[in-house]
Write a protein that binds this ligand. Structure first.
Ligand code: ZN
Length: 151
């Protein structure tokens, strides 16, 4: 990866970290889920407004490191208007990408996290909001934690 692309990616992550999008509670969510990454101290709560299979709105609150906040910010933007099945597909793509650094072509803006695979301790931060969104669309109420997962 070129250095200037890497720098651009870092700037996007910093921007979303400092000014997270969709950073509020939803007044009447249809699904919520909580995520926790004890290794880093990231905590977030995710809110979804679904209409049948479609995700109409998404938001989150919480605290954590830059990577987890930026990931939740970009995730909540990325999933609006998508079906639950599309979100699961996107989870698989993003998960692969942050683990291996490959597959950044098919994920739009989320490609900014492709470099995270070089920092294994940060992979869980980037993927935490994704575990939460999957728990939310599957209707699992239990808080998710990265502790039990491989990432
Ligand atoms: Zn973190």
């Amino acid at each position: 990866m070129f250095d200037d692309l890497q720098e651009l990616y870092q700037q996007v992550i910093l921007d979303h970290c400092r000014k997270p999008r969709n950073f509020h509670e939803l007044p009447q969510p249809t699904c919520t889920a909580q995520g926790r990454n004890p290794l880093c101290g990231d905590q977030l709560k995710l809110f979804l407004l679904t209409d049948g299979d479609i995700i109409r709105d998404a938001s989150f609150v919480g605290s954590g490191c830059c990577i987890s906040k930026a990931s939740a910010s970009l995730l909540t933007d990325a999933i609006k208007g998508k079906t639950k099945a599309e979100v699961k597909l996107l989870f698989d793509q993003v998960h692969d990408m942050v683990m291996t650094g490959r597959g950044a072509d098919g994920v739009g803006k989320l490609a900014v996290f492709a470099g995270v695979h070089k920092y294994p301790a940060r992979v869980k931060c980037a993927i935490l909001p994704w575990h939460a969104v999957i728990a939310a669309v599957e209707g699992r109420g239990d808080p998710v934690t990265t502790e039990k997962e491989d990432a």
